[in-house]
Every structure is written in C-alpha cells, then in structure tokens.
Design a binder for this molecule. Structure first.
Ligand code: XBP
Length: 260
C-alpha cells in the first residue's frame, strides 16, 4: 500500500477555530487598552499572514506604524500573543467550538485502519491540546504520531517547512501521504513539500485559489450533512470515507507514473 499517513491541518480544517482566534485577538487588544478591532472582513485579509505574532506585526505596519518606535516591540508582541493564547484556550475550554462535519469519523476510521496520523499546523501546541481536550478528547491526540506545530517550523505556511519536518519525523516520502487543508497557504505549504492535498474550504478561505489540490470539498460530510464537491471529479458518496481518501491518494501515483 502506498498510502501511509494522513496529515491534518488544524485551524479551519478540524474546526472553524479562526473565529475563536479573532475573538481572542480582540479580547487581548481591549485588555491592553488598544483601539484595535479586527472585524471579519479585515481578519479575512489578515489571514493571508500565517501565525498570530506575524499577524499582529502586520497590523502594526499597516494600521498603527507608531508602535514600530517601541524599543521592546518584539517582546510586546510576544506578550500580546501570550495573552491571546490565554483568551483562545479559555474560549475553547468553555466548549464553544464544534468539529467540522466528518472530522471525528475520519480520524477514528484512520486510527482503526492502522494508517498513521499526523498534524502540520502553524498554531501552537498549547492551542492544539486545548482544542482536542474540548472536542475529541486528550486520548485521541495521542493517536497522532507526529505533531508539527509553530514550535517546530519557525517559517510558517505557505512555506513547506512544517510539512517537511513532519515527513522527516514520520520517515515516509511525500507521495505516501495525503494532507487535508483549508487554505491557499496550506495548499502551497503541502505541495511545496510534495504532499498531495485535499481541501475542505472553510468560512474564511472561500474563494481562495486552491490550484494543485486533488479536489475542493465543502467538508467531509455526514449522513445528515452530505458534502459538496466544489472542484474535482464526482465521488461515489457525499460522505467521505477512508476508501475515498485512498482513491484520491492512488490517483496521485497514477499521475506520477504518467509523468515518468
Ligand atoms: C492558521 C493560523 C494560525 C492561527 C493563529 O494555522 O494561521 O496562526 O490563526 O494561531 P493553520 P497562533 O491553518 O496552519 O492551523 O496565534 O497560535 O499563531
């Protein structure tokens, strides 16, 4: 079998957590007495920059350049971001987030099949732990053999660094994996590492360019909430299962053989 590992992005792919990140940023800005507020449309633009600290820095450059004069700028951003992580984990722990359709089912099916599970994200391990504790349970996080997070890849998506790190740890080749992503940056990162990628478009990534992805879906679907294929060939069932993921993964090998 050539399919060995399924690699999940986190924010937007497992759950619509970007709304929680946005809320956490705004709570932090209010606590710090800043008159910054990120509305949904503004945040959609800011999301083209991966990583919370990087996003704050971009906001300073674009909206509040006087802050650039701060001697302690890097440290100040680090403190703001720490406070944002606190707000984020508190909101998540309050149980205000649900997994996207099909995520829990696919994670369980993958684990039961013996296929390996991994994570490649630009968010922090603290945030991943909080999300799993509040949704799938902390025990399920242990099924993920390799977790590539902000701590492992200092250069964030669209750079492929986090995916390359995950491949090294798994000791598999890129063509033996399949990545599940929700954004243009995620697709670029995954393809940059040579990993075929499937997209489940999220609230904030609607309309982005997903060129190179095997298919673009609304989500993975559930019996009461079948998925839609937005780009790609028709599928047997609107409830994506492991066999369908396997077929997509196999199709990449056929393409590689044709290229040979
Ligand atoms: C998405 C992100 C994250 C979060 C913020 O990551 O860009 O940066 O918005 O997380 P991915 P931090 O899609 O790779 O999961 O504030 O912890 O950086």
């Amino acid at each position: 079998m050539s399919f060995k590992a399924l690699i999940f992005d986190v924010d937007g792919t497992l759950a619509e957590t970007e709304e929680v990140h946005r809320q956490a940023f705004n709570n932090t800005f209010a606590d710090a007495g800043l008159d910054w507020y990120w509305g949904r449309e503004h945040y959609r633009q800011l999301l083209t920059t991966s990583g919370g600290k990087e996003r704050i820095r971009r906001h300073i450059i674009e909206e509040d350049p006087s802050q650039n004069q701060r001697e302690d700028l890097t440290d100040w951003i680090r403190k703001l971001h720490k406070s944002k992580t606190r707000h984020y984990t508190n909101i998540i722990a309050a149980g205000e987030i649900e997994l996207r359709p099909g995520i829990e089912r696919i994670i369980h099916q993958t684990h039961e099949s013996g296929l390996r599970l991994a994570i490649a994200t630009t968010t922090s391990m603290t945030n991943i732990t909080a999300l799993f504790a509040a949704t799938l349970g902390s025990e399920v996080l242990k099924w993920f053999e390799v977790i590539g997070a902000a701590e492992q890849a200092l250069v964030k998506k669209p750079d492929p660094a986090v995916y390359q790190w995950v491949l090294e740890q798994l000791e598999v080749s890129a063509s033996e994996c399949l990545a599940l992503e929700d954004t243009h940056n995620g697709v670029c990162a995954s393809l940059g590492a040579g990993i075929p990628v499937l997209v489940t478009q999220s609230y904030y990534s609607k309309g982005e360019d997903f060129s190179g992805a095997l298919a673009v879906l609304s989500d993975l679907g559930e019996p009461e909430e079948p998925c839609q294929v937005l780009v790609g060939v028709q599928i047997d069932s609107p409830i994506i299962n492991l066999e369908q993921l396997q077929r997509w993964q196999d199709s990449t090998l056929i393409q590689l053989r044709i290229l040979d």
